[in-house]
Design a protein around this ligand. Structure first.
Ligand code: NAP
Length: 308
């Protein structure tokens, strides 16, 4: 029997990639903010009720981490209240909610990668609202898989990779934070893993539910800092690019020669960030058999896709 899957946030980094990776699983409805606005939780829940999907993959979120400090109510509605309302709808129909959360639910003080069972202690408004989303989904009683990921990038959308390439065309020196560690994770890899998780859940579905549920960490393997990530972007880009014909975003030479690490304090972002964003993927591997590739391998593949 064919599945109906609903993607929210189809214009986002992960949402865009999901449209391709979920396609083999059944009928995919990809909704944008105009079609399903999480700022109006009742309307979002009504849309879910009318569409009656078996699986909702919620890739929509309020993701502007610094802006959330001055818009806490909107961020809370979008990231915590609306996912809870969608989960309540799915709990009535026995549907599955796959939802994304963040390493920002932790304070980053742990000296090694976080496990799913570690205590949460968000440092900023965005992190608190993402934790609120996890809690409202769990409280709904609906079958759910919450995938916490980190440092997401793609060759489209708003992200660090594209910011670095833009700045690298304007300046010789890039100053990037060097005291936060994490694992940059390609949106495509997240979407591919999500499709495998959804397929496995659909296979296991029976009158008792969808098999495993709960929180899973899903990030690239390995670790770096923002400064290290920027250095690798410049190095890979230079070694892959070939000129001179194309002058587009991924087809012109860079001016930047070096990356200078700075501290989080020097960067002065409005929202505090955890110093350690590393998440352990052990549970994902043991339950779903998914082994996440190293961030450097992913970055090179992403750039190979973009650079002509
Ligand atoms: N980006 C990261 O580094 C990161 C790290 C950890 C976890 N995550 C989580 O991963 C998930 C996907 O993130 P992403 O990086 O793919 O996000 P993204 O590229 O910023 O895209 C966010 C998506 O949500 C939509 N959206 C925003 N407000 C909305 C609203 N009120 N109603 C409906 N849709 C709305 C956006 O629509 P518009 O195009 O109309 O704005 C866009 O489609 C989120 O849950 C995020 O919290 C992200």
């Amino acid at each position: 029997m064919s599945l109906r899957l609903l993607i929210t946030g189809a214009t986002g980094q992960i949402g865009w990639q999901l449209q391709r990776t979920l396609a083999p699983l059944g009928e995919v409805i990809a909704s944008t903010r105009a079609q399903l606005d999480l700022a109006d939780p009742e309307a979002a829940a009504k849309t879910v009720r009318e569409l009656a999907p078996a699986i909702v993959v919620n890739a929509a979120a309020y993701t502007a981490v610094d802006k959330a400090e001055s818009e806490p109510e909107l961020a809370h509605t979008v990231n915590a209240v609306a996912p809870g309302r969608i989960a309540q709808e799915l709990s009535r129909t026995g549907g599955l909610l796959i939802h994304y959360s963040s390493d920002y639910v932790f304070d980053g003080a742990k000296p090694c990668p976080y496990e799913e069972t570690d205590p949460t202690a968000p440092l900023n408004v965005y992190g608190r609202t993402k934790l609120g989303g996890e809690q409202s989904i769990a409280a709904s009683g609906c079958a759910h898989i919450i995938l916490r990921t980190t440092w997401v990038y793609d060759i489209r959308g708003k992200n660090f990779l594209r910011t670095v390439l833009r700045l690298a065309r304007e300046r010789e020196e890039l100053r990037m934070v060097g005291d936060q560690i994490g694992a940059p994770t390609w949106a495509r890899t997240i979407a591919e893993s999500t499709a495998q998780i959804a397929a496995r859940s659909a296979q296991q579905r029976n009158s008792h539910g969808w098999g495993y549920d709960g929180v899973f960490h899903l990030t690239a393997a390995g670790q770096t800092t923002w400064a290290g990530f920027a250095e690798q972007i410049l190095e890979d880009y230079d070694s892959l690019a070939s000129w001179p014909a194309d002058t587009g975003e991924f087809g012109s030479p860079l001016m930047a020669k070096r990356v200078v690490p700075i501290t989080s304090e020097q960067y002065k972002a409005p929202a505090r960030r955890p110093h350690n964003s590393l998440l352990s993927n052990a549970r994902l591997q043991s339950i779903f058999g998914l082994r996440m590739p190293d961030w450097r391998v992913q970055l090179r593949l992403a750039l190979q896709d973009a650079v002509r």
